[in-house]
Design a protein around this ligand. Structure first.
Ligand code: PLP
Length: 300
């Protein structure tokens, strides 16, 4: 299966050089490099859903997302590669001009269905409305046990035992739940929440942990969202440019720039004890920068 081939690659690891990060050793796991469209964590999260879909002989995958959802386009692409049809339930009325994300999803053959915001909240009635017997539904953002199980395989091919900390951005928390599952005893897993005021994310993460992982420690920081989801004030763009010039590391405005910023601040605050070795998960999402131009971000 093509998806597994895509995931069975050696993911490059980039060591950060900057004196910003002096207090600890930082390696970046560049899963953004595995595929130009379904880059980063989305494909890992979809892996077991796809396997389940094919095993149960469904012909169509359906899921939910906003007009800029990385998950939606990743699902479209993954379905296409697996020979499946796909349906995307998009939050909000159909706009005159489709976002680049939605155009890309359509180009992978995804059938888009626009649902007004109020109705979009009621997922079950949408499922009933669009229900076809051969349709396999995946939660918004890939949230769920199979999603976490897939995310756990992100660190499967690297020697992760040398790291004292693993840190990643979180939206639904599915990836973080997978990383907690994959962590060794004593390894501390840290989430940087990119949504404003999503304090209950820790509970959503715990819900996705099997009994064997329930006592593993993890922590989520809530002060690095820069005003909320996809908000990108000038200070964040400046940081992204600095990071590009110093480290040759491209980041995205929604997730990974905020993650790297958090690393810088936490390091400066002495959060990481001496001799810490930190694995930063570059979860992808670079296509989320498409609303910006080269004058904002030179690496576009
Ligand atoms: C979707 C996404 C995340 C968040 O993953 P969750 O499992 O929803 O927490 C993080 N980084 C990138 C680049 C993403 O696209």
């Amino acid at each position: 299966m093509l998806i597994e081939d895509l995931l069975n690659v050696n993911i490059p690891v980039q060591t950060l050089q900057s004196d910003w990060f002096d207090s600890a050793h930082f390696d970046v796991l560049r899963i953004d490099t595995i595929h130009p469209v379904i880059s980063g964590n989305k494909l890992f999260k979809l892996k077991y859903y796809l396997i389940d879909t094919l095993e149960k002989d469904y012909k169509t995958i359906a899921t939910f997302g906003g007009a800029y959802s990385n998950h939606l386009v990743a699902t479209a692409c993954a379905a296409h590669l697996s020979g499946l049809q796909s349906i995307g339930i998009v939050r909000g009325e159909q706009p005159e001009q489709l976002s680049p994300t939605l155009i890309e999803a359509m180009n992978y053959g995804m059938q888009l269905e626009f649902v007004p915001r109020a109705a979009y909240m009621h997922k079950q009635s949408i499922i009933d409305q669009f229900a076809k017997d051969d349709c396999y539904w995946i939660n918004e953002g890939g949230y769920g046990l199979p999603g976490a199980k897939g995310a756990a395989t992100i660190v499967a091919n690297i020697n992760n035992s040398k790291y004292t900390h693993i840190i990643a951005a979180c939206g639904t928390g599915t990836m973080l739940a997978g990383l907690v599952q994959a962590a060794n005893n004593g390894q501390h897993v840290i989430g940087v929440c990119v949504l404003k005021g999503y304090e209950s994310i820790s509970t959503s993460i715990k819900t996705l942990l099997p009994a064997s992982s329930r006592n593993k420690s993890f922590e989520v920081f809530h002060q690095f969202h820069f005003g909320g989801y996809a908000k990108h004030p000038a200070e964040l763009l400046q940081f992204m440019n600095d990071l590009w010039y110093r480290e040759n590391l491209p980041t995205d405005i929604v997730y990974t720039a905020k993650l790297l910023f958090a690393c810088k601040i936490l390091a400066a605050e002495g959060y990481f004890p001496p001799n810490s070795s930190v694995l930063i998960i570059h979860s992808g999402g670079l296509q989320g920068n498409r609303s910006l131009t080269k004058s904002d971000l030179p690496f576009l």
